[in-house]
Ligand binder design. Structure first.
Ligand code: ADP
Ligand code: MG
Length: 239
């Protein structure tokens, strides 16, 4: 076991959804610890609660029972505004369907999180630095030749690359990826995973990736399986 303390933890987490008076228990006691610099995949069948777990760890939702900790501090019970601020600082998110803004170019999409984070004045003062940073990020994901393109003018793989650049422009500690290859053909999906592996290896980016695809999951340094509301450790592979 590594000596590095966990950076992000779910502790005895349970999640029960309420739907028209019915209780739907999805997570039934999950303990999950992520260390800085890891590339972990969570595998599980559709409906097993993978997205639910990712949302809880990324402070998009709260557990019914249990706790989320960042660097040993409980964070799930913080006031909403503090959690929002923490979420924006700590996490980058990517999703199966990219969620790019259709009216904006690749460059504008990547700048959007900085625009939203800052006041207009702060953004205006820093715009040259931000644009340089956004262009560097777009270069890292291999999309420099598509700066002015809109999402509708991109392939699926290119849209996911743009979404990765957008998720990373504010320099989060952890990238949470929910089925990042779910809408891509196998070869394009493999390119996205190779990019995540490169960012993990070269930038020490911590990545938690959810997938239902065994071959995609196998690319991670550590795999856990979600089944019947609980996590099982699968293997510690050489990434
Ligand atoms: P996965 O990502 O593994 O496919 P999810 O976490 O999306 O699974 O969903 C797990 C279960 O919880 C599913 O049965 C789903 O229908 C249910 N569920 C998810 N979100 C909600 C919600 N907001 N309200 C009620 N049930 C939900
Ligand atoms: Mg899901």
């Amino acid at each position: 076991m590594s000596q590095i303390p966990p950076y992000l933890s779910a502790i005895a987490v349970e999640k029960i959804y309420l739907k028209s008076q019915h209780k739907i228990p999805v997570l039934r006691g999950v303990d999950f610890h992520i260390r800085r610099g890891e590339l972990v995949s969570i595998i599980g069948q559709s409906g097993s609660g993978k997205s639910t777990l990712l949302h809880l760890m990324g402070l998009l939702d709260k557990p019914t029972i249990g706790e989320i900790h960042i660097e040993g501090q409980r964070v799930d019970d913080l006031p909403a505004a503090t959690r929002d601020e923490l979420r924006n600082r700590v996490f980058g998110f990517i999703f199966q369907f990219y969620h790019l803004l259709p009216e904006l170019s690749v460059l504008e999409n990547v700048l959007a999180p900085l625009m939203i984070r800052d006041s207009t004045l702060t953004y205006w003062r820093n715009r040259h630095e931000y644009e340089t940073r956004a262009r560097e990020m777009i270069d890292k994901v291999g999309l420099s030749h598509r700066l002015k393109h809109r999402p509708s003018e991109l392939s699926g793989g290119e849209m996911q690359r743009a979404a990765i650049a957008r998720a990373l422009v504010a320099e989060p500690s952890i990238l949470l990826a929910d089925e990042p290859t779910g809408n891509l053909d196998a070869q394009t999906g493999r390119g996205i995973i190779d990019l995540l592996k490169k960012l993990n290896a070269e930038q020490k980016l911590t990545v938690v990736m959810v997938t239902h695809d065994e071959s995609i999951a196998a690319q991670a340094g550590r795999i856990v399986r979600l089944a019947n509301g609980r996590l099982q450790r699968l293997e510690e592979a050489a990434a």
